[in-house]
Design a protein around this ligand. Structure first.
Ligand code: ADP
Length: 631
């Protein structure tokens, strides 16, 4: 049986150690989990406090920013940053500032217009008589008027007659002239818009696509940027055709148009609003915010697109958001995140929106809590590792103790057995001599010889054990003297041969040079004897043993070679450990104590040498002691 097998403790012990380990680990895991849970709750509590504080600060910052713009509105400010317009109703007129941010207004101021009767004479020639040239003549005179309203009325009619006459180029020029007259209207529509639109119509009729697109584009820009104060119906009437000409027909509503719609919505609601306040409302997918101040004879409102809210009001809260490590949002419902958050309702803050404040997403990874949590997890991992390590060490120590106990009991059994064999022989021969006093001289001598051999074997065994004990304890006093190595080997082999020959073993010596060595003759002889004894014990069939003495450079090698059972490779390193016995030695019942090779190894090392083994199972083994030569 090998050492590893011996080292396995009984199953119940293994199960007990495993059970204790698992329970300890389970308790540790549960404790760790509880601690982490507590820590998380504490963290949530502290984060909650922080975001509550942050929410108050954010609300206060927003209140300040909104109030400042409210004051600007009251003071009549007209110059608003991108994304905002103010709507002012005063003395029956509606104004939007800055003007170019809306496409149309809820109501347009009336423009001056010439009375229709001014143009009756010309129209009489045009419609009754169909005399366009005469009509043009009449209108040309009116076109010289100092009143721009009359000039505008005359020019539009001139252009119309020129068109009817097929003089398109002249008609275009007349419309161009008309487009330069500002501040008057024709049938309620600004004269310039009428002129530009009519030019487009003419170009369309002429199929001058490139010119039409350029002209329409210009008109489109002017329409959108609030060049004229138009009402919604008038705007859409013109904008529909213009967007077709420019090719932008399918695009969604544009910024100016959306703002116009927002302004109109607010305007419609103005009577239901209180004297001042703020609100937010959605147009399409965008939420607009409005602040208003209303009295019997005036109405003012600031309308802010999401862009303005972001860049102007929310940015006022940005430093707080950064400092407090939170995110804030203005919306009706919370984000989908599940972290700690809080809200400040519009009704409580008198702001147009609910404010949501949440802990920044990175908090979990960067906060001091995360660091502490990592430390906790690491600490528990180390503890768990230590429990596992301790269990393993206990398991190993117990295994070793058990193995040593087994080895010791095996050793005692082996030693007893070793003693019993010569003792039995001695008893048998002594009994024989006592029971047969008349035994012949030859037989008597045989008995004495056998007794002597048994005594010698016992002596060697006892000496071996004593030596082993001393060597193991490091108490053996080596007496080094110079020896002729060949002589020493020959003497041991000759002594051994006497015993071995009787058992049918042939011990051969081959010498290839020799040397003097510094050695404890007795210890080295015991080592060589042990190797010879093993060679004999483990060679049950081929009974030839060769001892070779060889000189190689500064060393001398004494090898003992047998052709016996050999040693499996897996066992080769273990055979030098004390008490170790090979599998075959046990199964075949070969006597032995397991201390021989360990002792040989120690003796060779004490001589500054080394012990080597080569072996092939079934073919034999060679043990070589390599010792330093003295000369
Ligand atoms: P043991 O008293 O068992 O011989 P040793 O320490 O001398 O104790 O040897 C240890 C083990 O080494 C043996 O049990 C045996 O398995 C193996 N061994 C030693 N010498 C030989 C050999 N010449 N041939 C085969 N096996 C050997």
């Amino acid at each position: 049986m090998s050492l590893t097998e011996l080292a396995i403790p009984p199953r119940r012990l293994v199960a007990l150690i495993a059970w204790v380990t698992v329970v300890a680990l389970a308790i540790l895991t549960w404790l760790g989990w509880r601690l982490l849970e507590q820590d998380r709750l504490l963290e949530d509590q502290q984060v909650q406090q922080r975001i509550e504080r942050a929410a108050d600060l954010v609300a206060a910052a927003l209140q300040r920013a909104v109030a400042a713009d409210g004051q600007r509105l009251a003071a009549g400010n007209r110059d608003w940053p991108e994304g905002a317009v103010s709507l002012v109703w005063r003395e029956g007129l509606v104004h939007v500032y800055p003007k170019d941010r809306v496409a149309y207004l809820p109501m347009a101021p009336p423009l001056r217009e010439a009375p229709a009767a001014t143009f009756f004479p010309g129209e009489e020639a045009e419609f009754r008589r169909g005399d366009h040239a005469a009509a043009i003549q009449v209108f040309r005179e009116l076109a010289q008027s100092s009143d721009p309203a009359v000039r505008a009325g005359a020019l539009v009619r001139i252009a119309r007659n020129l068109d009817s006459m097929g003089r398109f180029q002249d008609a275009l020029a007349a419309y161009s002239q008309l487009s330069e007259i500002d501040g008057v209207s024709l049938d309620g529509v600004p004269a310039e818009l009428v002129a530009r639109y009519a030019r487009c119509k003419l170009l369309e009729a002429q199929r001058r696509a490139a010119d039409l697109r350029a002209e329409a584009q210009r008109l489109d820009n002017q329409l959108r940027s609030g060049r004229w104060a138009l009402t919604g119906p008038v705007y859409w009437l013109y904008a529909a055709d213009v967007s077709q000409w420019t090719g932008a027909g399918l695009d969604g509503p544009r910024e100016g148009e959306v703002f116009s719609e927002v302004v109109e919505t607010l305007w419609r609601k103005r009577n239901s609003l209180g004297s001042s306040g703020q609100t937010s409302f959605s147009i399409g997918d965008r939420t607009f915010t409005a602040l208003w101040q209303s009295s019997t004879d005036s109405f003012r409102a600031l309308i802010a697109a999401p862009r303005f809210v972001e860049s102007h009001w929310l940015s006022a809260a940005a430093p707080i958001v950064r400092e407090q490590k939170v995110t804030s949002a203005l919306r009706d419902s919370p984000s989908t995140g599940r972290g700690p958050r809080t809200t400040r309702r519009a009704v409580d803050t008198a702001l147009p929106w609910d404010i949501w404040v949440e802990a920044a997403a990175s908090e979990a990874q960067t906060g001091a809590f995360a660091q502490r949590r990592r430390l906790l997890v690491a600490g528990f991992a180390v503890l768990a590792g230590m429990v596992l390590l301790a269990s393993y060490l206990i398991f190993r120590a117990v295994s070793r103790e058990l193995a040593v106990a087994r080895m010791k009991s095996d050793f005692v059994a082996a030693v007893s057995h070793e003693f019993r064999t010569p003792l039995t022989a001695m008893r048998q021969f002594t009994d024989r001599l006592r029971e047969h006093p008349d035994l012949g001289e030859d037989l008597r001598r045989t008995c004495y010889d056998a007794q002597s051999r048994a005594t010698e074997r016992l002596t060697r065994l006892v000496e071996s054990l004593l030596d082993f004990g001393r060597i193991e304890a490091g108490a053996h006093a080596y007496r080094f003297e110079t020896h002729d190595c060949a002589e020493l080997v020959r003497r041991v082999v000759d002594d051994f041969r006497c015993d071995a020959r009787a058992a049918g073993y042939d011990i051969q010596i081959h010498q290839n040079g020799s040397a003097h060595i510094k050695a404890d003759g007795e210890a080295l002889s015991r080592a060589l004897w042990n190797l010879l004894d093993n060679a004999v014990k483990y060679s049950p069939e081929d009974r030839t043993i060769e001892v070779t003495l060889e000189r190689c450079r500064q060393a001398v090698a004494i090898a003992v070679r047998d052709r016996g059972i050999g040693i499996p490779a897996a066992e080769r390193s273990a055979i030098f450990s004390r008490f170790h016995r090979g599998d075959q030695a046990r199964t075949r019942g070969i006597p032995g104590t397991g201390i021989g090779l360990s002792m040989v190894d120690q003796i060779v090392k004490a001589h500054q040498g080394r012990l080597e083994v080569e072996s092939e199972p079934g073919h034999g083994s060679t043990f070589t002691m390599i010792l330093p030569a003295k000369d």
